[in-house]
Design a binder for this molecule. Sequence first.
Ligand code: MSP
Length: 502
Amino acid sequence: MDKNKKDIKQITTPIYYPNGDPHIGHAHTTVMGDVLKRCLQMAGSTVLYSTGLDEHGQKIQETIAQSGKTTEKFLDEKSDVFKNLFNRLNIDYDVFIRTTEDKHKKFVQQCLQKVYDKGLIEKQEYSGLYCVGCEQFKTLADLDEQGNCRDHAKPPVQTSEVNYAFKMEPFRQFLLDHIEANQDFVKPEQYCRDLVNMLKEPLVDLCISRPKSRVTLGIELPFDKDFVTYVWFDALLNYATVNNGELTSDCTHLMAKDILKTHGVIWPIMLRALDMNLPKHLFVHGYWTARDGTKMSKSLGNVVDPIEMLDKFGTDAIRYFLARGSSKDDSPIGEDMILGVFNAELANIIGNGFYRVLKMLDKKTNGEFPKVNSFRDCDTQFISSIATQVQNFFGSNFDLQTIARQAELVASIGRDINLYLDKTAPWKLDGEEFYSCALSCLEAARLMFELAYPIMPQTARIVFTALNTEFDPQNYKTQIRKIKSGKIGTYQPLFQRMEVQK
Ligand code: MSP
């Protein structure tokens, strides 16, 4: 089918700061984007999925200075570290954008010039409390009782300088009207309410420049070479850079709650000032926290390293754990919790039925799927009910909440298969009856792994290979009885129970 540009659904992750190594939170949002992309493809859409790095600003400039490396070397190395993680996580992104790319720089400068020419940018004396961690001026309301930035637990620095300010207040009512008219602009609803609250008071001008005397790692303002662009004004535009300067008409930004304000207030106003499309949705999730609910931080030594978890549990187990725990609220994560889910759900439930039946059949038939002339009604009813659940899922709308439900549905179908096996006891059956039951349980597992494919693509492929069935996610249709007579493909246990370490 010839898809024109308008049909493309765009999905984005935030572009991450490469100050440190990626952690489980970066892995989370990027896996969720990948799951969403694969779900949308199976439902018939064409998707443009982008992720990448936010490489400008004072914070990263200071980190690079301390590293003793050149800027280029530091950023190239970090970019490889992030790309390596995303490869290990089996992320099928279409674009990995870095804000130091020329294409992006030129685009940001064009946008700045356009807003400047419209008279929406003014030079003014700027004085306030600046948090380098946030790369933002803070108001007293943004600080805790000790006067520290709530996100960085550090006091902001009193800073006074001449800067360029972008007028946001003229757009506030427009944005409120937009949210009112598009109730699903921000999901889940709780974050939509948070956004409306942020828009209750008049908006202060946004400081969109940083003097080069303080920050050099940034994009020069096209109308004043003594300044670079404020890192957020630059970074948000990446979403348009990846699609030749505009968002597609159906664009979803994924993020955690920390950056709702920049995406929900600043970004739509920038787009409106630039006469560009607004994103269709912002999907927001909570944080993964340390085991005891505290924020993960390097200084506390409680950071969950995604590479270490991948080494221990494998790609699909980590993807499954992240998907099933995707939530609007904060959730703790720890190695013991991943191990618990690995054994209880992946090994005992999801992988178990498939392997048990296939081995049983293999032994009886010497490696062949037999030809069955007529299936028992109860078997056909069983797989039809599963097919309906899978079909309904792919026929519905997807968001971050549906991903957790999808993982739950996979486990619930897995449970049903195990129960059906226990109830019908195929090992006690013979001939056609045995074949009908065994092949139907394998059909049920095949359908379950079609549903699971967006979350666990590699494991699903192992199943389809073993069953010798075709699967093309971009031409997907839920069908029953796809397993044909013939040789059984190669297979292995999908998830083998792991020992609990003392
Ligand atoms: N560079 C900005 C984003 C610019 S987008 C135009 C930034 N970078 S970041 O490296 O701090 O990444 C923040 C994002 O990483 C969060 O919004 C979320 O997607 C992900 N996460 C980082 N820590 C997280 C958790 N502890 N839990 C879940 N996701 C988290 O902000």
